[in-house]
Write a protein that binds this ligand. Structure first.
Ligand SMILES: CC(C)(COP(=O)(O)OP(=O)(O)OC[C@H]1O[C@@H](n2cnc3c(N)ncnc32)[C@H](O)[C@@H]1OP(=O)(O)O)[C@@H](O)C(=O)NCCC(=O)NCCS
Length: 146
């Protein structure tokens, strides 16, 4: 049903549209653009001709940081997030990455359950990590790759 490919510059706009509808404090288009320009690794999940979701991570051996992942509402709970995450695990393993880190809003239960399903452990709470209109603590999670 889905397939994964690299995020290229022409995918930024569509990915940003997904971000706006799925994240209470979305990255701006400028955030997407500069993330792309500094060389973060991006993946998109495709269904037919549409982008179902994207994931962006930064590998700095021996660690990687998952910076953003979102699936458009109509494609959620259909395995797209799992496919993106498993592709990141495969790429990180090839690169010699040992641990993947991420932050998630403490109230984002579905994302926390999603990460736990894929072996991420809860490490710590970072207080007042999210600022602005929707202030919130972050849960720090990590996964050690086999
Ligand atoms: C979190 C998110 C990326 C998951 O992507 P997804 O494609 O919907 O997830 P999948 O269909 O691949 O689910 C894989 C597993 O994760 C867990 N999971 C996913 N969504 C879940 C939900 N709403 N409730 C409980 N568990 C969930 C389940 O264990 C699921 O396995 P199952 O289908 O066998 O039950 C997606 O919900 C999303 O984009 N949310 C909005 C953006 C966001 O919160 N991003 C994370 C920011 S840190």
């Amino acid at each position: 049903m889905f397939h994964v490919t690299s995020l290229r510059e022409e995918h930024l706009e569509e990915s940003y549209e997904i971000e706006k509808l799925t994240n209470p404090t979305p990255w701006t288009y400028k955030n997407f653009k500069s993330s792309f320009e500094v060389g973060h690794f991006g993946l998109i999940c495709i269904y037919k001709n549409q982008i179902a979701g994207f994931a962006i991570y930064s590998p700095i051996k021996p660690e990687a940081h998952l910076l953003n992942i979102a699936i458009a509402h109509k494609f959620q709970k259909k395995g797209a997030g799992a496919l993106l995450l498993n592709t990141i695990f495969d790429q990180c393993t090839v690169m010699g990455i040992k641990t993947i880190y991420l932050e998630v809003r403490i109230s984002n239960i579905k994302a926390i359950l999603f990460y736990e399903k894929f072996g991420f452990k809860k490490d710590a709470i970072r207080e007042n990590y999210y600022t602005g209109e929707h202030k919130e603590d972050a849960l720090l999670m990590s996964k050690v790759l086999a």
